[in-house]
Ligand binder design. Structure first.
Ligand SMILES: [Zn+2]
Length: 82
């Protein structure tokens, strides 16, 4: 654990240093969860989940959204009936 000081820019952004991003496996376009606590702000990477059921298994990614194989199957069945 170590401390650092970062400056907030005019748009409210701070840059997360590359070594911290690399150490946490954070990549551009990852969603970061912010939790405000009495101790300060905690940051963690949002784990991908199905945008329909919230499931976390067998995900297929479209752009930056995820769909599980079960929801995809239901979606494809629905399309065939139209
Ligand atoms: Zn699903």
């Amino acid at each position: 654990m170590y401390d650092m000081i970062r400056r907030i820019d005019e748009l409210g952004r701070i840059v997360l240093p590359k070594d911290i991003r690399d150490a946490n496996g954070w990549e551009p376009k990852d969603r970061i969860y912010l939790r405000v606590t009495n101790e300060g702000l905690l940051l963690s990477k949002v784990k991908p989940f199905c945008c329909v059921c919230g499931g976390k298994d067998n995900l297929i990614t479209f752009d930056d959204q995820h769909l599980c194989s079960e929801c995809l199957e239901i979606f494809n069945k629905g399309k065939k009936h139209q």
